[in-house]
Design a protein around this ligand. Structure first.
Ligand code: SF4
Length: 335
């Protein structure tokens, strides 16, 4: 029995029951794929239900204010994905009359829809033979075929894509096959302690038979993490608090924050204020943020940025990065 049929059989018996697997509606599949790239199944399922009930169609998402979409996304991180989600919904409404394009290449032309998402939508919803290649697929293929090319090198990306594409060719249910190989990586051929003893591929798996399972897939070293030192200034005036929107191209673009002073080494010596809470460390993919919150007394201590005053109660309705939201919940909302 060939690889693709074996996988699909395994999938039909072992797949998890997930809400987006009950539909072929491209809007639902798209939302689930974008959300699940950010988080684990349990948390992602909650966000998926929230998005589907708040924005039942792509038109509803396009018509919603960006701030509301960012608020819905709050806690998932990588806010550029939420901005792209909103932009893409608008493109689908204006350029395609609210209907998702049915083919991979047209899907790729939409803002924020990359090769992975376009492959998932076109194969699952429209049976196009385009292979998805995510972390699970890299792992399963590198082990079964014993491929040592680094998966984050351009040669590796090309090699794995070509192999994946060869495997899906002629498959009658390419969407099921794509989901099957990802599910196999998520449940069976896992990063740590894969279940090789009960694996349907153990007799042919190169990694298993050459004792190299732990070594594959190969990845070249990630770039170093950068430290950033952020001092947020908390200033009240008549029961209102100063906030600003991050508009520049950087982390958290489009989200709200308190007026900010960023320094090279964390010495915000210009400040005359009191620290409001213990400094917080917050990790992003390539940045380590060291965050301090200062309560200050006078507006002239604020940096020369565009800030405005909002009621403290209003903070709950604005989209803040999760680390600031936690500070607000713990320190400001009971004031
Ligand atoms: S034998 Fe082990 S390493 Fe090979 S595919 Fe199966 S689970 Fe993965």
């Amino acid at each position: 029995m060939n690889f693709e049929i074996q996988l699909r059989l395994w999938y039909s018996e072992n797949k998890r029951s997930l809400p987006w697997r009950k539909t072929k509606n491209p809007y639902n599949i798209w939302l689930s794929e974008v959300i699940m790239q950010q988080t684990r199944i349990a948390q992602g399922t909650k966000y998926y239900h929230h998005f589907i009930s708040t924005y039942p169609t792509v038109k509803d998402l396009a018509n919603a204010p960006l701030d509301a979409v960012l608020k819905s996304w709050e806690g998932l991180g990588y806010y550029s994905r939420a901005r792209n989600l909103h932009l893409a919904a608008n493109q689908i409404v204006t350029l395609f009359h609210g209907n998702f394009p049915k083919d991979y290449s047209t899907l790729l032309s939409i803002k924020g829809i990359g090769p992975y998402t376009a492959a998932a939508i076109s194969s699952i919803c429209f049976k196009e033979e385009i292979a998805v290649v995510d972390g699970n697929v890299y792992r399963v293929l590198s082990r079964i075929y014993g491929i040592e090319t680094p998966i984050n090198s351009s040669a590796g990306i090309k090699q794995f894509n070509q192999l994946a594409q060869k495997l899906i060719k002629g498959c009658p249910l390419p969407g099921d096959y794509n989901q099957a190989i990802m599910e196999y990586g998520a449940l069976h051929c896992t990063p740590k302690n894969p279940k090789c003893n009960t694996c349907i591929f153990s007799s042919t798996c190169v990694a298993y038979n050459t004792n190299t399972v732990e070594k594959l897939p190969v990845k070249t070293k990630a770039k170093p993490v950068k430290d950033r030192f952020l001092s947020y200034l908390i200033l009240f005036k008549d029961n209102k608090i100063a906030v600003e929107k991050r508009t520049h191209k950087d982390i958290w673009q489009g989200l709200f924050q308190f007026p900010l002073i960023e320094t090279e080494n964390g010495n915000a010596t210009v400040l005359k204020g009191t620290k409001m809470a213990e400094p917080v460390k917050h990790l992003l993919s390539h940045q380590r943020l060291h965050i301090t919150f200062w309560q200050i007394k006078h507006p002239e201590q604020l940096p020369k940025t565009t800030y405005h005053w909002v009621d403290v109660d209003m903070l709950q309705t604005l989209a803040f990065p999760i680390v600031l939201k936690r500070f607000i919940d713990a320190n400001l909302l009971h004031l």
